[in-house]
Design a protein around this ligand. Structure first.
Ligand code: PAF
Length: 292
């Protein structure tokens, strides 16, 4: 596997990859089995003739003031082993200067990250975008920049960040980005906790409590399968179950699967439940699709 640090070098690699399939998994590193499964799927899709690319870049512009940009785990050596084992051909690991040039000295999106940025639209201002203002502008800008550098045929994202994949799909459609977005299933620990680079922030006690988010979503899924269609009843039940274990719920909602508009009253279309909760200093998010 090639480890490439500059745009110029990556463009050379991309030229060599030719006109066939190039699948791409963008990451911020601190990789885990969830990322490995994305890369394995990227390898499966590309086959022996295609190419698999990944990126590792802790993107400062998607972190807000007081968020964990500084402490976000940087584990490049282990990440490279995981990527290569999963079938990656080339990983792009740029510096902030390489990505943002003269604007890179600014550490978070509070400061001007680039002259031109992407407005993620209404999908980017609700839920995560409401709690983390500017987050999806940072995500969209970096994903578009990475797509322009890597020029993949397919961009693979995890369902774990449901709103992120929805916002990126919207951007790709609206801006005619020539790439197909592929969303891959969330990978979970044996007790149901969704894998996340941020799980390593949890203390033992917090780790023991964290699966309650999945348990609450499974409760809602069962109620839905049993015929419950009242959004408020599902939301209240999830919130109560999660808060019983000492987590602080930021949102626990039933939303339209594509527009993310919150269901009010009766759910009568595609539905995803989305949860964000704080456990000590750690924010956890998760989701389950109830109907497509
Ligand atoms: O999901 C992530 O790790 C990041 O948001 C992404 C897509 C790599 C953009 O920085």
């Amino acid at each position: 596997m090639r480890v490439i640090h500059t745009v110029a070098e990556f463009r050379k690699w991309r030229k060599g990859a030719g006109a066939g399939m190039v699948t791409f998994v963008p990451t911020m590193g601190a990789l885990h089995e969830g990322h490995a499964s994305l890369v394995r799927e990227a390898r499966r899709m590309a086959g022996a003739k295609g190419h698999v690319a990944a990126s590792i870049f802790v993107n400062p512009t998607q972190f807000g003031p007081g968020e964990d940009f500084g402490k976000y785990p940087r584990t490049l050596e282990a990440d490279a082993v995981l990527l290569e084992t999963a079938g990656c051909d080339a990983v792009f690991v740029p510096s902030a200067e390489e990505m943002y040039g003269r604007n890179a000295k600014h550490e978070t999106r509070n400061a001007k990250p680039a002259s031109v940025t992407i407005d993620p639209g209404p999908l980017g201002t609700m839920l995560e975008g409401d709690i983390r203002p500017g987050h999806f502008a940072g995500v969209c800008t970096v994903v578009l920049k990475l797509s322009n550098i890597v020029q993949p045929t397919h961009l693979l994202l995890g369902q774990k960040d449901y709103q992120q994949q929805a916002v990126v799909r919207e951007m790709v459609g609206d801006l005619n980005v020539p790439v197909e977005v592929v969303t891959c299933a969330t990978v979970r620990e044996a007790d149901g906790l969704a894998m996340s680079s941020r799980n390593r922030y949890l203390s033992d006690d917090e780790r023991a409590k964290a699966p309650v988010i999945h348990e609450a979503m499974m409760w809602a899924k069962e109620r839905y399968a049993g015929g419950e269609r009242n959004a408020g009843a599902l939301e209240a039940g999830m919130k109560q179950r999660i808060e019983q274990r000492g987590l602080t719920v930021q949102y626990a909602v039933a939303a339209h699967g594509r527009t993310l508009a919150l269901w009010k009253g009766k759910i009568d279309g595609p539905c995803v439940i989305l949860v964000a909760a704080k456990l000590g200093g750690t924010r956890l998010i998760d989701n389950e699709v109830l109907s497509v």
